[in-house]
Design a protein around this ligand. Structure first.
Ligand code: HEM
Length: 448
């Protein structure tokens, strides 16, 4: 299906401020901004965003063109580099073409089904320990609690245990991540003290120091944590990651895994709190399994899977992707010059009435086998991106999110006001700025 002929219903916009352009409209309400841009100017148009001209790609056909990248015109390094480059420097997502292919092939070995089985076995007890610290009640702030939980999981599964750092150091590392991610939409893009860019520069340094301090121990260990695994991986031709590669990949992976999984679980808690019939349906499936299901058992939680897909549609954790053209190219008949920053605004595709029936309605059955509404277009639903940069951790994310939700459903029940709309902060990856209150209760017979 092609969705290329967007109606141009309105004239040019008059009130954009030079340099700021569409940035504030995006941060306030990205979906409204994207819809407006698409309605006025169609699937390929230029916008001013964070002080630069970008070509905005909207709708599934335009997003597909950039992500499939048939003529290799779109590069990630300089696109993402403009937003978060100094802080996620040489992470896999910021590499391109032959070098990207080589690093991805090696890193893939850390995400095989067998490795995922091992990570899942360790996720279960780590989630139980994290949830033991939760104190349920009315207006329980789900988002910060989940953020702490996923950070604890990253410490266990990615770094191999809390013995690498004490609580104070873990807090500093957590802060450093947040600072690195939050720099994306900063207007002051030099490391001045007191600015977002300045804090992110300090954060990156702290993360590097921490990882370099532990790398020799990790290289010598036979641990199953991701840090140790990355140190040991070797290609068919015997090539391996250097210390610098391991540190760069770890910083990126921790970032890639942390905020994305947290917002996914928090969105699922919100919608299950507002739709008790779905909460019960998911709970019934979880009650049929034990406390710590294997990866294969998690695959039987079909209702939870539908809810996850629907929540990733409504609130994609990565709403837009950045690219820069390395040569002139054409998308849907529009010429994009070489050296142009490009933003792939896939969030809009998830909410287009042209693709989805009643897109603002929570309806997990859209993804059920007998409907598969997402099949209307290959790029109608693309929370994990597409093409050669498609999320390498998507199955890890599925296992982590399902493990957390499974245990939440077996231990608690919760309600959220049906009229609640999360006030989302879109300065970088989305999160609910009110901490997302839920009324959380311990289920009868669950561990207190
Ligand atoms: C629900 C959770 C997640 C979402 C929605 C998500 C989304 C994405 C998206 C959209 C991309 C593509 C970026 C681009 O094309 O520019 C991406 C890339 C990536 N993600 Fe995820 N991600 C999630 C969780 C994870 C986790 C848990 C990990 C690691 C354990 C991970 C590792 C990566 C890596 C390594 C890349 C770069 C792939 C490449 O460039 O070849 N992600 N992710």
């Amino acid at each position: 299906m092609a969705v290329t002929n967007a109606p141009r219903t309105r004239g040019p916009r008059r009130w954009d401020v030079p340099l700021v352009g569409r940035t504030l409209a995006y941060v306030r309400d990205p979906l409204a901004m994207m819809r407006d841009q698409y309605d006025r100017s169609g699937p390929v148009s230029d916008i001013t965003f964070i002080g630069r001209t970008w070509t905005a790609l909207l709708g599934p056909d335009a997003c597909e063109a950039a992500l499939r990248n048939g003529d290799k015109a779109f590069a990630s390094e300089d696109g993402w580099g403009y937003l978060v480059g100094p802080f996620f420097h040489r992470g896999l997502m910021l590499l391109d073409f032959a070098e990207h292919h080589q690093h991805r092939r090696l890193m893939q070995e850390a995400f095989t089904r067998d490795r995922l089985r091992g990570y899942t076995a360790r996720l279960g007890p780590a989630v139980t320990a994290g949830l033991d610290a939760w104190r349920p009640g009315d207006d329980f702030l789900a988002y910060p609690a989940l953020k702490q939980l996923t950070l604890d999981l990253a410490t266990q599964i990615f770094m191999g245990g809390a013995d690498l750092a004490d609580d104070a150091e873990l807090d500093r590392l957590n802060r450093a991540f947040i600072d690195c991610v939050q720099a994306a939409t900063a207007f002051i893009r030099v490391p001045l003290p007191g600015t977002r860019w300045g804090r992110a520069t300090k954060g990156r340094k702290l993360l590097e120091e921490f990882l370099y301090r532990h790398i020799d121990t990790k290289r010598a260990s036979d641990g199953e944590d991701l840090f140790s695994v990355l140190c040991r991986l070797t290609d068919d031709d015997g090539s391996a990651f250097t210390d610098e590669d391991v540190v760069n990949h770890m910083i990126f992976l921790l970032m890639a895994a942390h905020d994305t999984s947290t917002i996914t679980v928090s969105t699922m808690m919100q919608y299950l709190g507002q739709h008790p019939e779905w909460q019960e349906r998911c709970r019934a499936e979880s009650m049929a399994l034990g406390d710590h299901p294997t990866l294969d058992e998690l695959d039987t939680l079909t209702s939870l899977d539908l809810v996850m897909k629907e929540c990733l549609r409504i609130v994609p954790p990565v709403p837009v992707l950045a690219r820069k053209t390395v040569k002139e190219t054409e998308v849907l008949g529009h010429t994009i010059p070489a050296g142009r920053l490009t933003v792939v605004m896939m969030h809009l595709s998830h909410h287009m009435p042209e693709l989805w029936e009643d897109p603002e309605r929570f309806d997990p059955e859209r993804f059920a086998e007998d409907r598969r509404d997402d099949k209307v277009h290959r790029y109608a639903w693309e929370p994990f991106g597409g093409g050669v940069h498609k999320c390498l951790g998507l199955h890890f994310a599925g296992a982590e999110v399902s493990t957390i939700m499974h245990q939440l459903l077996r231990r608690f029940s919760w309600e959220v006001d049906p009229d609640y709309r999360a006030p989302m902060n879109y300065h970088s990856l989305p999160f609910p700025s009110d901490g997302q209150p839920v009324d959380l209760h311990l289920l009868e017979g669950a561990p207190a």
